[in-house]
Write a protein that binds this ligand. Structure first.
Ligand code: KG4
Ligand code: ZN
Length: 335
């Protein structure tokens, strides 16, 4: 079975062709980072326009690289939320147009479900598992019982983990997206240089909070820039901030896994591309019978392969919707 996946929820224009759920024939991702980097963050109208400019070339390239035509595709899976409506609409309308013209079925996919199932592009993880989605818009801890059976155990009460990387990068004048640049800079700094707060870890909940950490970094930078503390470099601050985030995430995972008796952990979403997070989570799990699964970086950050993968698994469980032509983009689509 051949599935064409289309993803345009934020600032990546992406299309992929997946055979039988795990054989990836193509995975095309056009990133708009260059456009948004100059502006220090995503400008929705610009993102929408970039998707319009690119989507047909990206879908065409995905089909060409897979060596297939639209007539060979059995199912189109497209992200319908959550995300920026102006961005989502471009993918959704492209999918509807293709489906209508070629007489193919289309299924709308929740972007978060794409992240939750991305690991299946590489290996089959046995259910149930504990999943941590860490992206630019979400920090969700989730119990995954099976395809379509998700229970949120905790989520961020303010900023998402990726958002905190982006905001701290902006404070340090490093551009957008912040995660990769902070990770790179951190390699030159000391993670124990500043003891930034690990928000909410002492509270009896599986929720997260990153805004206190962000404020602590801002205050620290202001003091340093007033010559009160010249010793520490930007790299030290970046490394200490990153260490606080990965500590919070790893400790929470461990707490939730113990309480819910979940042996398998899946860490996914853009921030899961962070190597230090992978090391820290694996160290937290070591020697206690836990297994840690993290998709390759290209499947952590936004991509259409994970949307095709989710569409494949969804279609095996439930009848295809017949009223797909009326399917809407939904900015806050719940999981
Ligand atoms: O999943 P994703 O590509 O898009 C959303 O669904 O939001 O995640 C994007 C987020 C951004 O905040 C970006 O800074 C962060 O993931 N990110 C990283 C890394 N690569 C991307 N954060 C930390 N370390 C990275 N290497
Ligand atoms: Zn995402």
């Amino acid at each position: 079975m051949l599935v064409l996946g289309i993803e345009t929820s934020c600032d990546e224009t992406a299309a992929a062709v997946l055979q039988d759920g795990s054989r990836l024939l193509s995975n095309v991702i056009f990133s708009q980072d260059e456009v948004h980097s100059k502006l220090g963050g995503i400008v929705p109208e610009l993102a929408g326009r970039c998707h319009v400019d690119r989507i047909h070339r990206v879908v065409g390239q995905a089909l060409t690289e897979a060596g297939v035509g639209i007539a060979d595709i059995d199912l189109i899976g497209v992200t319908r939320g959550p995300g920026l409506v102006v961005s989502l609409l471009v993918g959704l309308n492209t999918a509807k147009g293709l489906a209508y013209a070629a007489g193919k079925p289309v299924i709308g996919i929740n972007h978060l479900e794409g992240h939750l199932l991305a690991i299946f592009l590489q290996e089959q993880v046995e259910f149930p598992y504990l999943a941590l989605i860490v992206s630019g818009g979400h920090t969700d801890l989730c119990r995954v019982e099976g395809v379509g059976r998700y229970r949120i155990l905790g989520r961020t009460r303010d900023d998402a983990a990726g958002e905190s990387f982006d905001k701290v990068a902006k404070m340090l004048g490093l551009g957008y997206p912040g995660g990769p640049v902070i990770e790179r800079l951190s390699k030159e700094g000391r993670p124990d240089a500043v003891a930034f707060p690990r928000g909410m870890l002492d509270k009896d909940t599986f929720d997260f909070s990153f805004s206190g950490l962000k404020t602590a970094v801002r205050r620290f930078l202001a003091e340093r820039n007033q010559n009160l503390n010249k010793v520490l470099t930007d790299a030290d601050i970046a490394a200490s901030f990153q260490e606080a985030v990965v500590d919070i995430l790893a400790i929470r995972l461990h707490q939730a896994a113990r309480l819910h008796g979940l042996q398998r952990w899946v860490v996914t979403g853009g921030v899961a591309a962070n190597q230090r997070l992978g090391e820290r989570v694996r160290a937290q799990a070591a020697g206690q019978g836990f297994q840690v699964y993290i998709p390759d970086p290209v499947f952590c950050t936004d991509n259409a392969a994970m949307i095709a993968c989710a569409a494949y698994h969804r279609h095996r469980m439930e009848p295809l919707p017949e009223d797909w032509m009326h399917m809407d983009a939904q900015a806050n689509l719940p999981l």
